[in-house]
Structures are given as structure tokens and as C-alpha cells.
Ligand binder design. Sequence first.
Ligand SMILES: *[C@@H]1O[C@H](CO)[C@@H](O)[C@H](O)[C@H]1NC(C)=O
Ligand SMILES: *[C@@H]1O[C@H](CO)[C@@H](O)[C@H](O)[C@H]1NC(C)=O
Ligand SMILES: *[C@@H]1O[C@H](CO)[C@@H](O)[C@H](O)[C@H]1NC(C)=O
Ligand SMILES: *[C@@H]1O[C@H](CO)[C@@H](O)[C@H](O)[C@H]1NC(C)=O
Length: 278
Amino acid sequence: MLTYPTTTLILFLLFLLSLLFSAISAQSTSTVLALASTTTIVGTTTTYISSPTTPASSQYTNDLTFRTSLLNSTNLYRYQHNASYLSWNTSLASYAASYASQCIWAHTHGSSGENLARGYPDITSAVDAWGNERAQYVFSPADKMTGFSEATGHFTQLVWKNTQTVGCGAYNCSGTNGIGGWMLVCEYWPPGNVEGTGSNVNTFFQQNVQAEVVQGTQGFNTFSATAGATGGGTATTSGASVPTGSAGVAVPATMAASGLLWQVFSAMVGALGIGAFV
Ligand SMILES: *[C@@H]1O[C@H](CO)[C@@H](O)[C@H](O)[C@H]1NC(C)=O
Ligand SMILES: *[C@@H]1O[C@H](CO)[C@@H](O)[C@H](O)[C@H]1NC(C)=O
Ligand SMILES: *[C@@H]1O[C@H](CO)[C@@H](O)[C@H](O)[C@H]1NC(C)=O
Ligand SMILES: *[C@@H]1O[C@H](CO)[C@@H](O)[C@H](O)[C@H]1NC(C)=O
């Protein structure tokens, strides 16, 4: 027979459970966030042969130039596709740097979005290789929108509206594990490339990947776009300004094509489900 305190405890636990279930059902009716527990993430691989020959760009070797050129290029694509500027996330950056230094050509399968590149002569050309995938992306649901595809997955993560921060690391692998040149690892939070289920498979892509609303650089504010380069804090008028790096150096098409790309769409359903409710 149950004692009075035990019965009270059981009732209390039932009460907690009911709270949890109401939280879960509230979450699953939310239409905005990509954190719904029903999402699935798909993996992809894309490979090219790399044969890097160029000397190291300061975009790789100087920390501030690295962050600035990364944010500048990333945020130009985001600006053109009506997504807010990303700021720098230092914890993602240390995760990315530590992984890049292992020179392993495979995804980490962590909980953030992830773009990998190798063999590109500088950051600008690596990010452009991801961004240029937009030429193959169909935005309009009426025209059978692409949603997730291996050919456009880097681009859709790059401009994903719900993503707010990015952190990257790069490492000169110089042949380790067959990786010539530099390996670039970028992590995105909250992650993009989230799919719905059934007939809603492309819902999140429709909400988060918008067609080009600005072409070129008109109205693009390099200063704002790179404000996070000092380490993720608020924009300041000193330190965050634009260094004179080698950004914008034209890269021959053959160089860009020699890079290697890869993106993870990691199995993060469990992790996000927990994160969304706790
Ligand atoms: C990478 O490091 C190697 C030495 O390990 C060096 O010879 C090479 O020039 C470096 N490459 C770049 C692109 O910095
Ligand atoms: C840009 O996105 C915002 C919402 O994030 C939306 O209100 C606005 O209409 C969009 N602009 C264009 C040109 O589609
Ligand atoms: C940075 O990324 C982590 C995920 O690794 C996330 O938990 C954290 O909220 C992010 N920081 C900011 C400022 O968004
Ligand atoms: C940022 O991007 C703009 C547009 O492409 C370019 O004109 C500018 O030189 C870039 N600045 C840096 C610091 O990369």
C-alpha cells in the first residue's frame, strides 16, 4: 500500500509530465522556428580534385582578416537574399578551428550547420564556391522549388534566414590525409537546411531561403557586415573596421573549380528536440 508521501510524489511527477507534454505540443504547433522536433536533416557529399599552388593568402593567415573576409563574403550573399548579417560566434569558431587542424575530410555531425571547403586559395573564393550554387537553386514553390539538394546545400545554409551566427577555422593541411592546401570549416547556429516531413518537406526552405532581392553590392554596408569580426561582440568603431587585405582578388574559374566542397546536414533531431524544450 502506498504511503501518503509516496502518493504525493507520484501525483507531482504526473503533474510535471503533463507540463512537459503541453510544452511539446506548443512547440510542434509553432510555425516559425526550424527547431521543431519533426525535422530531418539530410547528408550530402560533393568532391572535386584539388591541386592548390598559390601561396597563403592573408585571409587565411591573419586572424582579423580571416574573420572579416569570411563575414564580408557570407553577409553579401545574405544581404542579396534578404537575410540578416551573421555575427561571429567564438565557440563555433574554436570548434571549427580545432576540427580543421585534424585535417579530416568528413563532417563532424555535430548540432550546428556545417560547410567544408578545401584547396581554395583564399576565403573569398571558398565562400563564393558555396554561394555560386544559387544558380542551380529553384526558389519558387510554383516551379517545383529545390528545397534540399546536394548541389545547392552550401548555398542554402549560407543564406538561411534563421541562422544568426557563424564561426570558422582554417588549417594548412599541406598534404596531411591527402588534403593539399587549406581546409576551411564553417559552423552555423542556429543550423540551416532543415526539412519538414511529408507534404511539408520544403516548408522551412520556403521560409528561410529567399530569391535574390538585391543584385550586386548596391546598399551593401561592408562596415556593418563585418562588425562581428572582432569576436562576436557588438559593433565598435575601432578594430572592427575593414583591414586592407586581399579580399576581392579575382580568382580564375579553374582555381575555384579545383576546390573541394562538402556540407553536413547532421542528424540533429534529438539534440535540437532537447535544446528546444529545456
Ligand atoms: C603550408 O605549409 C607548408 C609547410 O608545411 C608550406 O610549405 C606551404 O607553403 C604552406 N602552404 C600555404 C598555402 O600556406
Ligand atoms: C525580406 O524579409 C522580410 C522578413 O524577414 C520580409 O518582411 C520582407 O518582405 C522581405 N523583403 C523582400 C523584398 O522580399
Ligand atoms: C554560438 O553557438 C552555440 C552553439 O554551438 C550556441 O549555443 C550559442 O548560443 C551561439 N552564440 C550566440 C551568441 O548565438
Ligand atoms: C567586402 O565585399 C565588398 C563587396 O564584394 C567588397 O567590395 C569589399 O572589398 C569587401 N571588403 C572586404 C574587407 O573583404
